[in-house]
Design a protein around this ligand. Structure first.
Ligand code: SF4
Ligand code: SF4
Length: 367
């Protein structure tokens, strides 16, 4: 069983990195490279490229994924050593560390690192989703995700620990620290699980016994685990178990909606005030046309108009979609979450960008 697995505290490493092997080669060999992303594009960075900077986020605020502070507790010295190693591996480029603007012992210890290292810049943000997102941070720090101009290494706390373990103790990273949670989980837990661990075993040992849908990631930005995926993937941050809805709501649009919450005052539930609503896979009614309520625009942290970009993507008018910010989307999922027409804009943008990249990649016949 994987219930109640505690997060292990690895032994401290032996010091700084002193071998002839290139740091990136060691990170690749020991599996630590899986924790890196290009903070401009969200993709795995090219190990042979030189980054312009390193952005580290100590925040993970998507509901149900493992939080950065859980991984930092009692390990600030390892974290500091990981920061030093990252700074030198990146060719002494600046390092930005995103932390929440809160007062706590742990936050105080992390703030102390900025006094110690002149190359480290603290970026304090509100404790609110999706602040802490690496792509959002890269955009706000002025790095360019387009045209492949800037490459910025992006990592979370677990990645910094993995760099420390790999470069000071040659420790390999064949496991991930993940959360297993959501309304369908019997005993929500943090666990260290080997990559490739069978997902069916996770669902069997952690679900409450009713049918659940497995989501790779949190409730807002996670994606349903495809039916053909057998094992835990190397980028998993958490598994969210959501009770599978088995009842169809017939003519849901005609219900008055005293029992339905919405971001806008769409339903009569606005008269009830806040109430508990069970979170399931039900979409509660049919997909509908956009009603131009602009809720998605108000929710979007990237400052774009998701309904407009979605309209252009839908009509295959990609140039207009790009002009109105298709590449600025950080795939946080907030627009889809608040949309009363149930439009899955985040996934559509992701798919459109993948299609553009596939069409422009070398080897694709564009005639
Ligand atoms: S378009 Fe949607 S998914 Fe993309 S950043 Fe805006 S709210 Fe998030
Ligand atoms: S939230 Fe949905 S319905 Fe409202 S403007 Fe955006 S896409 Fe349209």
């Amino acid at each position: 069983t994987i219930e109640n697995v505690k997060i292990a505290r690895p032994e401290a490493g032996s010091g700084s990195y002193h071998t002839r092997e290139e740091p990136t080669a060691a990170l690749l060999r020991l599996g630590a490279w899986q924790f890196f992303s290009d903070a401009c594009t969200g993709k795995l960075p090219d190990p042979s490229g030189k980054p312009k900077a390193v952005i580290i986020s100590a925040l993970r605020l998507d509901p149900f994924v493992v939080r950065g502070d859980v991984q930092l507790q009692g390990r600030v010295s390892e974290f500091a050593r990981g920061l030093e190693l990252l700074h030198s591996s990146a060719g002494d480029q600046p390092v930005y560390l995103i932390i929440p603007s809160i007062r706590s012992d742990l936050a105080g210890q992390v703030r102390g690192l900025a006094d110690k290292y002149s190359w480290l810049t603290l970026v304090e943000v509100k404790l609110k989703y999706p602040f802490g997102n690496l792509q959002l941070a890269a955009q706000n720090l002025g790095f360019d995700r387009l045209h492949g101009k800037d490459m910025v290494w992006g990592l979370g706390v677990e990645g910094v620990m993995a760099v420390d373990g790999a470069l000071t103790s040659s420790r390999s990273c064949a496991s991930r620290t993940i959360s297993i949670g959501g309304p369908g989980a019997k005993n929500p837990a943090h666990a260290i699980i080997p990559v490739g661990y069978p997902l069916t075993m996770i669902a069997e040992s952690c679900s409450a016994g009713t049918p659940v849908r497995m989501v790779n990631g949190g409730a807002l930005a996670g994606r349903s685990v495809p039916a053909d995926q057998q094992g835990l993937d190397s980028e998993c941050l958490g598994i969210t178990l959501i009770p599978e809805n088995t009842e169809r709501e017939v003519l849901a649009f005609a219900h008055l909606g005293f029992g339905k919450h919405a971001f806008t005052n769409t339903f009569f539930s606005v008269l009830r005030g806040r109430f508990r609503e069970r979170y399931t896979t039900a979409v509660r009614g049919e997909h509908r046309p956009c009603v131009a309520c602009s809720s998605c625009e108000r929710a979007c942290p990237a400052g774009i108009m998701p309904f407009l970009v979605h309209r252009y993507v839908d009509k295959q008018r990609i140039e207009e979609a790009e002009r109105f910010g298709l590449w600025k989307c950080i795939e946080c999922g907030l627009c889809s979450h608040v949309c009363l027409a149930k439009r899955n804009m985040s996934s559509a943008f992701c798919e459109a960008r993948e299609n553009i990249e596939a069409a422009s990649s070398p080897g694709v016949n564009q005639s």
